[in-house]
Design a protein. Structure first.
Lengths: 641, 85
């Protein structure tokens, strides 16, 4: 910020001196002419940033617009002194030239300062993330609490987080209960519950409860640190479209130098030295490659900054260009479209037994099993506040079920354990449920079937909306899964996905992606770990729920830090908008330069008008790019393809 | 404290020649990214020549960290000189 203050002061001083110089000309004060010349020269000198840059880059072998401006201003100043002595019009013309050069220097310097400021603001999103990085942590050492610098916190130490505090480390909650706002990392503003065993992220906000967190990553390795580094790197990575602009700017300035010389030569022989000089200066001042050179990088940085504030990391300009072309999004099913953990979705009972009885006996038998289905049943028992005693004896028969006893009661779990005992009604129910892609677990007590527990993976709450959003955008959707056709079909129907491919091995997923790519630009969305090969083969890969997983953050092209799948649509929409703006800016800058140059070459512009035009062109392009930072996700109903 | 100073040459930092952006956008980013590293005391990025000068606490960080970070940001880099001060 110090730099900016300095810049602004220079601009103001330059303006004041130039104004004073112009005002004093023609007044009746003694030595008015001399005073105005001195004031204007001071003003011109205050634009030293321009000349230093121009001359240094020339010494380094680069022709820059600053060099042109330096030459133009220098010519004007010299003309201010030389011309009058040669002509009869006297001092008015001298002062006129000098004033013009002061105004030109003022406008360029003001433009430079403004542009610096806008570009600095484009860094705002990154700056925000950096400012979130905690600087200290309250830890317990040798039984006493102490506030220590974050760099001194070691792995395994216990950090105390009070209500309202920023959580300083990535770690696991070892005591306490609270809600935590993780919007800074995941972009999701609804606070999440944290209790013993849950993970925390540095830079998130603890709300009403106190927590004790065991440190699992030192500050340098935290998710937030990685995020900052990734955004930093992404903003530097050029978009391919930049090459077009770069190629253009490479030739632009040498061509300008030739053009300026030709204009001088042509007008010198037809209109005389004075006009030739003024037109040459105008051409040098109107040339404005910055719109081309800066429009794309600023747009890329603004887009990536915007995305990062929404919990999305787009890893560079290339991916913005790919994203805008995406015609099909393929999703992994388990853990991406679905929660990935089976849950009890239905309990059917027979005879006088209640839901609670069925769950209770099933839970007793499954109490010590590690199977995902057992976990679902035990979770349901906990949810129903049932006390589950240990089984007296139990035996898991892989692929079949469980045979257990509790006191003198005999429990059987699983279809294959009791095929003959199943009633017509139970069999029908189980066939229906399995037809929906769910798992039906019958529970028998002393060889009587008392109930059926239905377990299924559940669809994430955002999945339906995510698919709808993509459809509105005109993007097709597909689902890839290793699960059965029945399960796949049922999930696909629930969320309205266009096509599904089931019973796939990991390498078959890759084959499907390759096949889809023949017709479309394909994005693949997965958790970034299990489906890495398919992700790697897609045109753009998305890893979702990647906060905390370094592998996922590292491998994917686009990282969704939270679980919100609707962000896929936003990433595509934002990229389309950004690319449109980059292209628009380049075209606009191109036309602007041609028009302004023609006007300058034919003497329709004077130097002051020329520099105003050039600066206005530059700044409007930069502002147009920087405004991408303020773009927001559309409500579902406003999405257009 | 052991203070080191390293001068590096980063490719492609040179200004594209804009009139107004004397603050080269990329140089600006590089400057910030380096200044944020733990142990760095002072960073100067010359926008015209692409020269990067870093003063750092040699006990906290080594200059390989700088080249690594600059390369990650997409530039080719070589160490020009290294002194202890």
């Amino acid at each position: 910020m110090k730099e900016h203050v300095k810049g602004i002061i220079l601009v103001i001083l330059l303006g004041l001196f130039a104004l004073a110089g112009a005002l004093i000309t023609g007044t009746q004060v003694a030595y008015a002419r001399e005073i105005s010349i001195v004031l204007t020269l001071i003003a011109v000198a205050l634009g030293y940033r321009i000349y230093v840059h121009g001359i240094r880059s020339l010494m380094h072998g680069n022709v820059t617009a600053q060099l042109f401006a330096t030459i133009a201003i220098f010519i004007s100043v010299v003309a201010g002194f030389v011309l009058p002595s040669a002509s009869a019009t006297g001092t008015a013309e001298a002062v006129g030239y000098l004033t013009a050069s002061a105004i030109v220097a003022f406008i360029i310097l003001a433009g430079m300062t403004l542009e610096d400021y806008i570009i600095h603001r484009t860094r705002g999103a990154l700056e925000k993330l950096i400012n979130l990085s905690p600087t200290t942590a309250r830890i317990r050492r040798d039984g006493a609490e102490a506030e220590v610098p974050i760099d001194e916190v070691k792995l395994g130490e216990v950090v105390l987080v009070k209500p309202g505090d920023k959580i300083p480390v990535d770690g696991t909650v070892i005591s306490g209960h609270s809600t935590v706002n993780q919007a800074t990392i995941t972009g999701e503003s609804i606070p999440v519950e944290k209790t013993v065993g849950d993970r925390t992220f540095a830079g998130t906000f603890n709300e009403q409860g106190a927590l004790e967190v065991k440190v699992e990553k030192i500050a340098e390795d935290s998710t937030l640190s990685h995020l900052i580094q990734l955004v930093e790197e992404a903003q530097e990575k050029k978009a391919p479209i930049q090459n077009v602009a770069d190629r253009f700017t490479t030739y632009f300035l040498p061509i300008m130098a030739v053009l300026a010389s030709s204009v001088f030569a042509a007008s010198y022989f037809t209109l005389g030295f004075n006009v030739a000089l003024s037109r040459t200066v105008t051409v040098l001042l109107v040339a404005c490659p910055c719109a081309l050179a800066i429009a794309v990088p600023v747009a890329v940085a603004a887009t990536i900054g915007n995305a990062s504030m929404n919990g999305i990391i787009i890893k560079g300009g290339t991916h913005i260009e790919k994203l805008k072309d995406v015609k099909l999004v393929a999703f992994d099913k388990t853990g991406t479209l679905t929660v990935g953990e089976p849950k009890v979705v239905e309990v059917k009972t027979f005879g006088n037994y209640s839901d609670a009885d069925t769950i209770k006996y099933a839970a007793i038998a499954e109490k010590f099993s590690e199977h995902p289905l057992s976990k679902a049943i035990l979770a349901k028992a906990t949810e129903m506040n049932l006390k589950i005693p240990d089984p007296t004896d139990f035996k898991t028969i892989p692929g079949h079920g469980v045979d257990a006893s509790y006191g003198d009661e005999h429990i059987l779990i699983g279809r294959k354990m009791m095929e003959s005992e199943l009633s017509e009604e139970a069999t029908q129910l189980m066939n229906r449920v399995e037809g929906e892609g769910k798992t039906a677990i019958p529970v028998a007590l002393d060889k009587h079937v008392i109930g059926i527990v239905v377990v299924a993976d559940t669809v994430r709450k955002d999945s339906l909306e995510a698919i709808q959003r993509l459809k509105r955008l005109g993007v097709k959707t597909a689902m890839l899964t290793g699960d059965s056709v029945l399960t796949a079909k049922s999930i696909a129907e629930q969320i309205g996905i266009d096509e599904y491919h089931a019973e796939l091995l990991p390498e078959e997923k890759v084959a499907i992606i390759v096949e889809l790519k023949k017709l479309n630009v394909v994005a693949m969305v997965g958790d970034g770990v299990n489906d890495a090969p398919a992700l790697a083969n897609s045109d753009v890969s998305f890893a979702m729920g990647a906060a905390g997983s370094d592998v996922a953050m590292e491998t994917a092209d686009v990282v969704l830090l939270g679980d919100d799948l609707t962000k896929v649509e936003y990433a595509i929409s934002l990229s389309r908008k950004a690319f449109g703006r980059m292209k628009g800016n380049i075209a606009y800058a191109f036309v602007w330069n041609i028009v302004a140059l023609s006007l300058a070459a034919f003497g329709i512009l004077n130097p002051v008008l020329a520099v105003i035009l050039a600066e206005a062109g530059c700044i409007s392009v930069v502002i147009n790019s920087a405004l991408l930072l303020l773009s927001k996700p559309n409500p579902l109903s406003n999405i257009k393809g | 404290m052991n203070i080191g100073r390293v001068t590096l040459n980063a490719s492609k930092i040179e200004c594209a020649g804009c009139k107004t952006c004397a603050t080269n956008y990329e140089a600006d980013n590089l400057q910030h990214a380096l200044a944020r590293l733990n142990g760095v005391l002072k960073v100067k990025v010359d926008k015209v020549t692409g020269k990067v000068t870093i003063e750092y606490d040699a006990q906290k960080i080594s200059d390989s960290k700088f080249t690594e970070r600059i390369e990650k940001l997409g530039y080719k880099v070589e160490i020009e000189s290294r002194v202890e001060i």
